[in-house]
Design a binder for this molecule. Structure first.
Ligand SMILES: Cc1cc2nc3c(=O)[nH]c(=O)nc-3n(C[C@H](O)[C@H](O)[C@H](O)COP(=O)(O)OP(=O)(O)OC[C@H]3O[C@@H](n4cnc5c(N)ncnc54)[C@H](O)[C@@H]3O)c2cc1C
Length: 463
C-alpha cells in the first residue's frame, strides 16, 4: 500500500544534524540524492561550548566535501603532547602529532564544535529545502515499502531509508532494536551502552604559559584533566571523573552547575606547566558543562530500511579524539555502499538496499568496536586503573618515542575510508600514497624480508 498523498515522501530521511548527520547531508547532496534532515533542536550549530577533535582520517573526508580551507582558518595542527603524573612529573612527551602534516598531509586539530557545524551547514546548497529544525522524530514504523516517521509537532513523513545520526540516545537505534527481538540480541541499549565516567567540558581563553598546539594529559585516579589547544592558544579542556561503578544508558546521571564546580575544584591544584595550574584555566573559563561519558557499540546497525551512524551506533570516550572522526568515517562508508542502490529499478531496490546495509554493518562494526575499546582503555589508563590493558598503556608511556606514537597513528589511519566517486585533493592523494608506502613496509617487515626498526619505518632517525 502506498503512503497517503498528503504525507511527504523522501528517498532518504536523516535523523539528527550533528557531525554525522551533516556529513551525510553534504555527501548525499554531492551524489544528487534527494533527502530530508530532521533536527530536534532549533538550529544546527548551537553554542554549547563543546569542542571537536579532527584527525587526518576525518579531515580527508571533510576535504573531499570542500570544507578543509574553511576549517583550517579556525584552528591549527597540534604539535606536542605531554603526559604527566599528578605531581606534574613528566611520564612522556611526544611531538608525533606535529609530524602528521608533513607525513600524512593533514594534522590533528581542535576547534569549537559549533564552528565545524556552522561550516558544514553553510556549505549545504539546498539547506532551506532539505533541513527541518525543531523537528524531533518521535516514532518510526517500518513496512516492506517504506518507513513511516512521526515528528514531535504531529506532522508525518515517509522515507525509503531512514539514517539515524541522532546521537547516543538514538530513537532510530531503539526502533532497530525493537525490530530484532530474540534471545541473542539485546533488547535495550542499557545492555550495551554503559557509563563509568563523566566529564566536564569547557573552553577558556588563552592563559599565559600554555602555547598554541599543546596537549596535556594528567594521570590520576578519581578525577583528572585532559587539555587541548586551538588557534591563538584557546584552551579546550575536559575534567574526567571516575564514577566508581558502571550503569546502563537509562540510569546515566544528569548534572547541575554545582556538580561542574565540585569536580573542577577538586582538580584545580593539578599542574599543567610549572607556572599554570588547572585552577588558572578554570577561573578563566567562558563555558563549562558536565555530561556522562557513555561507551558502547550497538549490536545491530540496521534493519531493511533503517540504519545508524555516528554516536548512535558507536559511542566512545573523548580520550582518543575519535568521536567525530569515526562519525565521519561511518557516514562515508554507508554512502559508498548505498551508491549502487539509487540507480536500481524499484523491484530490485529493496534487496540491493538490504545488501548494502549489511555490507556497511560488516565493514564498520569491527573498526568502530576497536576504536570504542581503545578510547575506553586510554580513559582507564588516565584514571590509573590498575589491571589489564589500561595499566599496560600507562606503564609503557616512559618508553614510547615519537616513532612509536606515529606508527600506532598510521596503523589506524591506514584503514580509513574515503568517499568513493569524489576526487581527492593533492593532500588527500599525498595521504593515500603515504599509507600505501607505510603498509608496504609493514608487510615487508612482518614477512621478515626487511630488517627495519620502527624509527626507520617511520622515516625517522633513532636516538
Ligand atoms: C553537546 C555535545 C558536546 C560534545 N562535546 C564534544 C567534545 O567536546 N569533544 C569531542 O570530541 N566530542 C564531543 N561531542 C561528541 C561529538 O560531537 C560526537 O562524538 C561526534 O560529533 C558524533 O556526533 P553525532 O553526529 O553522531 O552525534 P551528536 O553530536 O550527538 O548529534 C546528534 C544530533 O541529533 C539530534 N537528535 C537527537 N535525537 C533526535 C531526534 N529524535 N530527532 C531529531 N534530531 C535528533 C541532536 O539534537 C543532535 O543535533 C559532543 C556532542 C554533543 C552533543
Amino acid at each position: 500500500m502506498s503512503p497517503a498523498v498528503t504525507t511527504p515522501h523522501y528517498p532518504v530521511a536523516v535523523v539528527g544534524g550533528g557531525i554525522a548527520g551533516l556529513t551525510l547531508a553534504l555527501a548525499l547532496e554531492r551524489q544528487g540524492v534527494e533527502y530530508i534532515l530532521f533536527e530536534a533542536r532549533d538550529c544546527l550549530s548551537p553554542d554549547e561550548g563543546a569542542s571537536i577533535g579532527l584527525l587526518p582520517n576525518g579531515l580527508r573526508i571533510l576535504d573531499q566535501l570542500g570544507l578543509l580551507d574553511e576549517i583550517e582558518k579556525h584552528t591549527l595542527p597540534l604539535q606536542r603532547w605531554r603526559h604527566m603524573d599528578e605531581e606534574g612529573g613528566l611520564l612522556c612527551e611526544t611531538r608525533a602529532l606535529g609530524y602528521y602534516p608533513s607525513k600524512l598531509g593533514y594534522g590533528g586539530m581542535f576547534l569549537p564544535r559549533r564552528k565545524v557545524l556552522e561550516i558544514m551547514e553553510t556549505s549545504l546548497k539546498n539547506r532551506e529545502k532539505t533541513v527541518r529544525t525543531n523537528s524531533r522524530v518521535v516514532s518510526l514504523d517500518e513496512t516492506d515499502e517504506y518507513v513511516a516517521i512521526k515528528l514531535s509537532d504531529g506532522s508525518r513523513a515517509t522515507a525509503d531509508l531512514v539514517i539515524g545520526a541522532d546521537g547516543v540516545r538514538s530513537c532510530v537505534r531503539d526502533a532497530i532494536d525493537r525490530a530484532h527481538p530474540g534471545p541473542d540480541v539485546p533488547a535495550h541499549a542499557d545492555d550495551y551502552i554503559k557509563t563509568r565516567f563523566a566529564a566536564v567540558y569547557g573552553i577558556s581563553p588563552p592563559v599565559q604559559g600554555i602555547a598554541e598546539g599543546e596537549v596535556f594529559s594528567v594521570y590520576r585516579p578519581g578525577a583528572t584533566i585532559l587539555i587541548f589547544t586551538g588557534l591563538g592558544a584557546t584552551i579546550f579542556w575536559f575534567v574526567l571523573e571516575d564514577l566508581g561503578r558502571e550503569c546502563g544508558l537509562s540510569a546515566t546521571p544528569r548534572y547541575t552547575r554545582e556538580d561542574v564546580d565540585a569536580v573542577c575544584r577538586s582538580v584545580a591544584h593539578l599542574a599543567i606547566t610549572p607556572t599554570v595550574s588547572f585552577g588558572d584555566v578554570y577561573a578563566a573559563r567562558s563555558v563549562a558543562m558536565k555530561v556522562p561519558l557513555e561507551e558502547g557499540t550497538a549490536p545491530t546497525f540496521h534493519t531493511d530500511r533503517m540504519v545508524i551512524a555516528g554516536d548512535a551506533a558507536h559511542k566512545s570516550t573523548p580520550n582518543a579524539a575519535m568521536g567525530a572522526n569515526q562519525a565521519i568515517e561511518s557516514a562515508a562508508v554507508l554512502l559508498n555502499e548505498l551508491r549502487g542502490v539509487w540507480s536500481q529499478p524499484p523491484p530490485s531496490q529493496h534487496g540491493a538496499l538490504r545488501a548494502a546495509l549489511e555490507r556497511y554493518s560488516s565493514l564498520r562494526k569491527p573498526r568502530t568496536h576497536a576504536v570504542v575499546q581503545r578510547a575506553g582503555m586510554v580513559c582507564r589508563a588516565q584514571m590509573c586503573h590498575t589491571n589489564g590493558p589500561a595499566a599496560a598503556i600507562r606503564d609503557e608511556l616512559p618508553s614510547l618515542r615519537d616513532w612509536d606514537w606515529l606508527f600506532r597513528g598510521f596503523m589506524g589511519f591506514a584503514e580509513s575510508p574515503v568517499l568513493e566517486g569524489v576526487p581527492l585533493s593533492s593532500k588527500g592523494l599525498f595521504y593515500q600514497q603515504a599509507v600505501e608506502q607505510f603498509q608496504k613496509r609493514v608487510r615487508a617487515r612482518q614477512t621478515g624480508g626487511e630488517d627495519i626498526s620502527i624509527a626507520a619505518l617511520m622515516g625517522m632517525e633513532a636516538e
